[in-house]
Every structure is written in structure tokens, then in C-alpha cells.
Design a protein around this ligand. Structure first.
Ligand code: PEP
Ligand code: MG
Length: 759
């Protein structure tokens, strides 16, 4: 059984990394046929009309693939699809639902077992095995197939997007302008927006890792070759930095310096030189060190740090390109281009002027990668994690939908013109929104709402200012801690904080104290917990590490000297004692610093309302805290018991759930009752439907990612608060989040704000 489980695990792993959907489907059926030792294994998949087509088979005639199609409820396969229940039949031909396809050669296999493949509650396919022997499949065989089907259900729906011959025929039947051999593939949305352009394929981005080890007789020559390649990559980085300078802030351009530092780090160079001295060729030595560092990053639990593996790989490939004198890409002059590659580095992006760069698509990568950060800062739409995208030919037309996380290659005329229209309306929307920059966010009935930016990276600062942020509502101070090699010193922290505070010198900056732990572990301080979200995070951690806490508070206070725009916010508060303790620490830090001669103004000190317990303790915080900011991300996860990072339960994570709406509303009312200003800094503030309700609750400060600020300003300037209140009442009277969302979408469309629903 253990072996079978291992085989199953391998099967799913292999399926997940298969080169394309066809190979994936074929790999699955051949492995299952082999493991179960049966005559036939076939996989049927649901098509966009809701029927089931044969996507792969081992054992039946191959020309059935893509051409056999059944409606739900048609044949035994359709019956399994509709009932979503396994079927084990000794003599299939005697079953009332039996349907025979003469071209399949199925007549020899009468014993039938099938199981539904379900992904997040939705049928995606049916897995079938057949055998000649006139016997029912055993219970063990049945459980194996059910288990295999359940594992397959854990793959993403897009992993199964195999083209059908049947749907090709249907496309042929459409009027000629609607024809298209277009392929649409899903990935992860990494930077919002629509981009249309020609594919520029970044070749060989993974070549380095595929190299076989080779040796050298001339160590000195290899060392010189390596040094020369490093110098050339550095020159590329400097050139790229200069090129981007005009379209980016100094802060974002500093990312190039980080890359430059990485390649000049003693550990990196030393390890490669050591291998060369041991007679490895320069490329092999490079491959070895890059592989070690990639492994190190990939084994880290934190998503952000894991995605640093991409940076190392990108750099390795850049150096390799110079070592092996690989061709650098030429620009198709004047045409909008979409960069496509397995991983796309900032130097790749920098090689193109941002005016010709219409989009970025990568087969690997995460939404937390530097590529995503840079794409967002440049306003270039990006989709990452798109399978099979490397098979696209250079010069192919491609559409990048950074809202939905989809790409459409070689689109039909109808798809293309649809997206062109969208792009056009997006461009005019941006121009319209830009006009709002200097205008206040005031509702038509006179309610003024302040719109602040959420930041954490230096790269977020200038987009915030460019989009008209009136201050910083949430500075996630753990980000500089996470990207550091160890706890940063007081002086290091001062430098970082001072940049943020001085960029917003005339407005207020709300710095949250270290919120490490949970989904944001520190790489250099591992904590093993059964249940990190309910564990040692936020103030629970800093209260046990007074030294770290005091250092941070002192750094924040010292950084604000003379600017005096700092507020301090305490994360993960669940009890009055925690607030009292932190206030004592802050007072102590102020006293210490005044004693040391610093001229400080006491900052406002507030709490995040993230733990639902805050609702009950708010009345007792009167006179103690200066403000409350609702962290709807954690608040939602704790109210609904839904891990915000767990894709299996993402569909249950909804700010429009009545329990979330009620709790947020209660925090607002109770904060107002104790005379304390209240705001929202979680993602809920940037969700247009939820924002209507927040407006209705009387919230007058919202903080969000820079991109959303102009959009929310448009919403606020359009919707009277009194109308938002009515929507809040309706939402509170409804038990179903989906109904509430649908009603709010209609409401937004009535105010001609439908375009906001895309972002
Ligand atoms: C929140 O929980 O809503 C919040 C803003 O904090 P974070 O997402 O950083 O946990
Ligand atoms: Mg939080």
C-alpha cells in the first residue's frame, strides 16, 4: 500500500511538472494503467459546453482522443460526471447507460470502473479503467482509482486545459471573423492591466541548470572568463538602471544595486572561484553555486524568501549568457512587445523601453517576486506561472490580462477586438482618474474620506505618491526585517524608516511594529509551531523579545525626529494588557531618547483590529489608544476560520460574509463610541463592493495598495454616503455573500462604476 501511495504521489508530481496539458493527461493514464495492470485507462475532461471529451487514453484507439464526446449523463462516463459518484460495473455492455463507440475498440473491455475528478467542488473530469476479464474490479482497485482521482483533483483546473477536436469543429462552424486558433491559458495575476503585443521569447532562461558538469585544464583562463562575465553583467545592470531611471523612482532602481551586490557577494564569488580552482569549468562552477543557493532559498517556508530563488537563477543565467556568448535579444522596433520566458529578470525588463513593453508573462515565478514588484511599479501588466507559454513562437500576437491572470495567444479577431476595447477604455479610465489626483475624495453628499497607501518596500513609495496617497496608513515594518540576513540594527532601521517618513513629510505615516510570525516568518529566527496563525506573532512575539521591540520603537522615534509625522500601530492585539504593556515600552523609549538629547514629539499610538476579540475589549481601551485600524485580511481569516494562504479554502474567504460585515461594523461603532478615529487597511478597502459597505459604515479613512487609490477615489466621489448606508442595511439583512456581491455589482453599474469591477 505504501508503494502505491508513493506511486500516486509521484504520479501527481509528474503531472504537475509535465511540459503541457496533453503530455500531462497522457502521463496520468499510462501510469495508472501500469500501476493497476489493466487493459485501458482513459481520462475524460469537461469542456466549455459542460460535456466530457476523451483527453487521453492508453489501451483504446488513439484517434478517439479529442473526438469522443459525451453529454453529462450520456454513457457510463456521463453518468459518473452527473452523479459525481464512482461506478464499478462487471459487464458494462449490459448497463442501461452503456454507449458504444465503434472506433474505440472498447468492445473487448467489458469490465468498467470510473471515478469523478473534482477540483474545488467542481467536476473537471472522469477517470476510467477497463479490463477484459469478466470480473468486477476489487474494493482495493476501486479505492485506488478514487484516491488517484482525488489527487488529480488537487491540480489546478488550468492544468487540464487540453484542446478538443470537437471544439475545433465548432470553431470552424463560426462565422469567419470569429475563427481563431487562439489558446487561452490561466496563470497567476502578478500586475494588473491589459497588454497587447508581440511575443519576445527570452531564450535559454533555464539552460544553465541543464548543463552537464565539465572540467578545465586552464584554471587561470576560466577564472578570467568568469571575472569578465561578471563585469559585463554589472555593466548591463548599470545600463538597465540608467535606462529605467526616467520611468522609475530612485528607490525602485535601487533593486539593480541589490542584484549587483548579490553577484559581488564574497560567498557567491568565492564558492565559484573555489570550484574553478578545483578544475571545474566556469559554467559548471557557476551552475553548482547557483543550484546550491536556489535550493537554499527554495527550502525556506516564507513565500517572499522562497521567491528570491528566482533572483539567483536569473543572475546565474545572465552570467551564463555572457560566459557562453549567448545571443542577446534584438528589439522589434516600435512594436509593443510582451516578454515571455521561464523567469524574467529585472535586467530583461530594463533592456526594453517601458513605452514599448506591453506585458510580461513567465512560466515560473510568484506574485511576490521582484519581477512582479517591478512590473507593478512600472504599471506593466504581468501574469506569472503560465504553463506551456514557452512553446509560443516569437512574434506571435499575445494578450496579457493582468486582472484575471490569463494570457490569450494568437487570439481570434473577436477576442482581440474585445481586449482592444478594454485597453482603450482602461487608457481613458487612467487618464480620467489621473485628473482626480489633486481632488479630494468627497462623496456627493459631502463626506470626506482620506485615502492612504499601504507600503513596506521602498518600491511602493513613489507609486503611492504618484497616485495621490494622502499619507501611509500601513507601513509593514516586517518586510525590511524579512529581507535582511539578521535582525537589523537600530541605525539600519533608522535609515529605512527615515526614507519613508521623509517621503511623506507633510502627511502622516502609520508604522506598524514588527508583525513577524504566522505567514511572515523571519528566515533567521525559525519558530516551529503547529498552528502559526494562532501562535507567536505580532505583539505576542515582540512582547517576549523586548530588546527587538525597544530597538524598533527607538528607531522609529529617532527616524521621525524633526519630521514628526509618525504614528505607531500595534499588530495582533487581543487583550488590554498587551496594549498597556506596549504603551509602557513606548513611553520608556521616549524617556530614554529624550534623556539622550533627542527632540521628540510623542507619536499617536493605535492598534490593529485583526483578532475578533478586539470587539469586546474596545470599550476598555478608551483613553489608552489614539486610533484603530481594521486589518480585514486577518480579521476575515479569524472570523471565518479560513487560512488566508490556503488555496483549498480560498473560496470561503469573503469580506462580504455577514459575520465579517457585522464585526467590522461593530469595530467602527465601538471605536466611534470611545471617541477614537477608525480606518481600514486590509484588502477589503480596495474591493469596490466592500468599499461601498465601508463607506456606509461611516469609515472616513481607507488605506490600500497605491494602484487602487484613484479607483476608490472615483467610487467615493460618485456614491452618496446615504446610498452606501442603504446598501449596508441590505447586506446585513442577507445571509449569502454571493447574493450581496451580485447586488453590489448591480449597484456599482447603476452608478456607471462597472469598470472598477475588473480590478
Ligand atoms: C490585515 O491583516 O488586514 C493587514 C493589513 O495586515 P497583514 O496583511 O500584513 O497581516
Ligand atoms: Mg494582519
Amino acid at each position: 500500500m505504501r508503494n502505491i501511495l508513493q506511486a500516486l504521489q509521484r504520479l501527481v508530481q509528474e503531472a504537475a511538472v509535465a511540459a503541457n496539458a496533453e503530455k500531462r493527461a497522457l502521463g496520468i493514464v499510462s501510469s495508472i494503467k501500469r500501476i493497476m495492470d489493466v487493459g485501458v485507462c482513459s481520462l475524460y475532461l469537461v469542456d466549455d459546453k459542460g460535456g466530457l471529451f476523451m483527453a487521453a487514453t492508453e489501451g483504446l484507439q488513439l484517434d478517439c482522443v479529442g473526438s469522443i464526446r459525451l453529454e453529462l449523463d450520456e454513457g457510463l462516463v456521463g453518468l459518473i460526471g452527473r452523479s459525481q459518484h464512482p461506478l464499478n460495473v462487471q459487464q458494462a455492455s449490459k448497463h442501461p447507460n452503456y454507449r458504444y463507440f465503434p472506433k474505440s475498440g472498447e468492445q473487448h473491455f467489458d469490465s468498467f470502473l470510473g471515478a469523478p475528478v473534482v477540483h474545488e467542488g467542481k467536476l473537471v473530469g472522469v477517470l476510467v479503467v477497463e479490463q477484459i476479464a469478466d470480473r468486477k474490479f476489487s474494493d482495493d482497485e476501486e479505492s485506488f482509482l478514487i484516491t488517484a482521482a482525488a489527487h488529480l483533483g488537487s491540480l489546478r483546473a488550468s492544468d487540464f486545459e487540453v484542446q478538443t477536436h470537437a471544439s475545433d469543429q465548432e470553431v470552424d462552424a463560426l462565422p469567419s471573423q470569429e475563427k481563431g486558433r487562439g489558446v487561452s491559458v490561466k496563470g497567476i495575476a502578478a500586475s494588473a492591466g491589459i497588454g497587447i503585443g508581440k511575443v519576445v521569447l527570452l531564450e535559454g532562461t533555464k539552460d544553465l541548470m541543464l548543463l552537464k558538469d565539465s572540467e578545465t585544464d586552464d584554471v587561470e583562463a576560466e577564472l578570467a572568463l568568469f571575472e569578465n562575465a561578471l563585469t559585463r553583467v554589472e555593466a548591463d545592470l548599470t545600463e538597465g538602471r540608467e535606462r529605467l531611471k526616467e520611468s522609475l523612482s530612485e528607490d525602485v532602481a535601487e533593486m539593480f544595486d541589490i542584484y549587483a551586490m548579490m553577484i559581488r557577494s564574497a560567498g557567491f564569488i568565492g564558492s565559484i572561484q573555489k570550484s574553478i580552482r578545483e578544475r571545474m569549468s566556469a559554467v559548471s562552477a557557476l551552475r553548482k553555486t547557483v543550484a546550491q543557493q536556489v535550493d537554499k532559498f527554495q527550502s525556506m517556508e516564507d513565500d517572499y524568501l522562497r521567491s528570491r530563488a528566482e533572483d539567483v537563477l536569473n543572475l546565474g543565467n545572465k552570467i551564463y549568457a555572457h560566459l557562453s556568448q549567448k545571443r542577446q535579444l534584438d528589439l522589434p522596433e516600435g512594436k509593443p512587445i510582451v516578454l515571455v520566458g521561464s523567469l524574467i529578470s529585472i535586467t530583461d525588463i530594463a533592456a526594453y523601453s517601458s513605452s514599448s513593453l506591453a506585458g510580461i508573462v513567465s512560466s515560473d515565478g510568484s506574485s511576490l517576486s521582484h519581477t512582479a514588484v517591478l512590473a507593478k511599479a512600472l504599471g506593466v501588466p504581468a501574469v506569472v506561472g503560465v504553463r506551456d507559454v514557452l512553446e509560443l513562437p516569437e512574434g506571435e500576437d499575445i494578450i496579457v490580462d493582468g486582472y484575471q491572470g490569463e494570457v490569450h495567444a494568437n487570439p481570434s479577431d473577436i477576442v482581440r477586438s474585445g481586449f482592444e476595447e478594454l485597453l482603450h477604455s482602461e487608457t481613458s479610465l487612467k487618464a480620467e482618474l489621473a485628473k482626480l489626483k489633486e481632488l479630494p475624495a468627497v462623496t456627493p453628499d459631502g463626506v470626506r474620506v482620506k485615502l492612504y497607501a499601504n507600503t513596506g518596500l521602498m518600491a511602493d513609495i513613489s507609486p503611492g505618491l504618484a497616485n495621490g496617497a494622502e499619507g501611509v496608513g500601513l507601513y509593514r515594518s516586517e518586510i525590511p526585517f524579512i529581507v535582511s540576513d539578521s535582525f537589523p540594527s537600530e541605525d539600519e532601521q533608522i535609515q529605512t524608516y527615515r526614507k519613508v517618513l521623509s517621503s511623506y513629510a507633510s502627511s502622516s505615516v502609520c508604522m506598524r511594529t514588527l508583525d513577524a510570525g504566522g505567514d511572515k516568518p523571519l528566515p533567521y529566527y525559525e519558530v516551529s509551531e503547529e498552528n502559526p496563525a494562532l501562535g507567536w506573532r505580532g505583539v505576542r512575539f515582540t512582547m517576549d523579545h523586548t530588546g527587538i521591540f525597544m530597538t524598533q520603537i527607538r528607531a522609529m522615534l529617532r527616524a521621525s525626529e524633526g519630521i514628526d509625522n509618525l504614528s505607531i500601530m500595534l499588530p495582533m492585539i487581543s487583550g488590554v494588557e498587551e496594549v498597556e504593556y506596549c504603551l509602557r515600552q513606548i513611553d520608556d523609549a521616549i524617556a530614554q531618547l529624550k534623556g539622550e538629547g533627542f527632540k521628540l514629539k510623542r507619536p499617536l499610538v493605535g492598534i490593529m483590529a485583526e483578532v475578533p476579540a478586539v470587539v469586546a475589549i474596545l470599550p476598555y481601551l478608551k483613553g489608552k489608544v489614539d486610533f484603530v485600524s481594521i486589518g480585514s485580511n486577518d480579521m476575515t481569516q479569524y472570523i471565518l476560520a479560513v487560512d488566508r494562504g490556503n488555496s483549498h479554502v480560498t473560496r470561503l474567504y469573503d469580506y462580504l460574509h455577514p459575520a465579517v460585515i457585522d464585526t467590522v461594523n461593530e469595530v467602527v461603532k465601538r471605536s466611534q463610541a470611545i471617541g477614537v478615529p477608525v480606518s481600514v487597511c486590509g484588502e477589503m478597502a480596495a474591493d469596490p463592493c466592500a468599499a461601498v459597505l465601508l463607506l456606509g459604515m461611516g469609515l472616513e479613512t481607507l488605506s490600500m495598495v497605491a494602484f487602487s487609490i484613484p479607483r476608490m477615489k472615483w467610487l467615493i466621489r460618485t456614491i452618496p454616503q446615504q446610498e452606501a448606508q442603504k446598501q449596508l442595511e441590505l447586506a446585513r439583512a442577507s445571509s449569502r455573500p454571493a447574493e450581496t456581491r451580485a447586488r453590489l455589482e448591480v449597484f456599482l453599474r447603476e452608478y456607471e462604476l462597472g469598470e472598477l469591477l475588473r480590478s
